[in-house]
Write a protein that binds this ligand. Structure first.
Ligand code: SAH
Ligand code: MG
Length: 217
């Protein structure tokens, strides 16, 4: 088997393959294209999920027929736009974002995609704003992509507020390669993995920085 030529952690993906895959499988609309350009235009971090990952988020939400979804960490709304596309007209995506400027840019981009009605952007630290949306639960999915030191907290919240069969998805689950370091962030991220594996059927997809995927038991 050709796969055996690859050591763990290696990939056959080349920049050309990645571009071709994105062109073949992922369509951007006005808002998601703006969200992709936002780091260059607005000087914010360029840390959106990759286009093929954004499409995977959309498909995962479609698989569980998600209606109520939470995103922790929204930036310019790139992942939010792709996820919102999976929701029905009366669906609701709650986007939690600590940075008011990021939130405003995300709202603009969601509007450009015509998805504002299905999305509410809540400004504040998620450790506080998660509490304010609890009443809207239980949720069909939670996507975590914010401050890494708090992933364990977000994971526990998801275990308490995602319905059985619902999803926990988390980006940067390899912690930029530092998952096994001796640091508070790495300890929190490992705790997140271990606790998620108890409450959810889990794996960690080998995206460039790892995407934890769980189905609530
Ligand atoms: N999911 C986005 C990228 C998110 S980047 C995408 O793929 O398009 C991480 C975001 O988390 C940043 O916008 C940052 O401001 C936000 N963030 C950081 N700490 C946070 C916190 N405590 N609560 C809510 N959002 C936070
Ligand atoms: Mg990320």
């Amino acid at each position: 088997m050709a796969d055996k030529e690859l050591a763990p952690g290696q990939t056959y993906a080349t920049p050309g393959i990645v571009d071709w895959i994105e062109a073949t499988h992922v369509a951007e609309d006005e808002g998601s294209a703006l969200a992709l350009e936002a780091p260059r235009v607005h000087g914010i971090p360029a840390v959106q999920v990759h286009p093929a990952e954004a499409k995977a988020l959309e498909l995962l939400l479609r698989m569980v027929q998600a209606r109520k979804v939470v995103e922790v960490g929204t930036l310019a709304g790139y992942s939010a736009i792709h996820m919102a596309k999976a929701l029905p007209e009366n669906g609701q995506l709650h986007c939690l974002e600590v940075d008011a400027r990021h939130a405003r840019i995300a709202e603009e981009n969601l509007r450009a995609s015509g998805l504002s009605r299905r999305v509410v952007v809540v400004v504040g630290p998620a450790s506080e704003t998660l509490r304010t949306i609890e009443r809207a639960g239980p949720f069909d999915a939670v996507f975590v992509d914010a401050d890494k030191i708090s992933y364990d907290l977000y994971g526990r919240w998801a275990a308490d507020h995602v319905r059985p069969g619902g999803l926990l998805i988390a980006d940067n689950a390899y912690l930029f390669g530092h998952l096994l370091d001796d640091s508070p962030e790495a300890a929190a991220m490992r705790r997140f993995h271990v606790e998620a594996a108890r409450a959810f059927h889990t794996t960690c997809l080998p995206t460039p920085d790892g995407m934890l995927l769980g189905i609530r038991r």
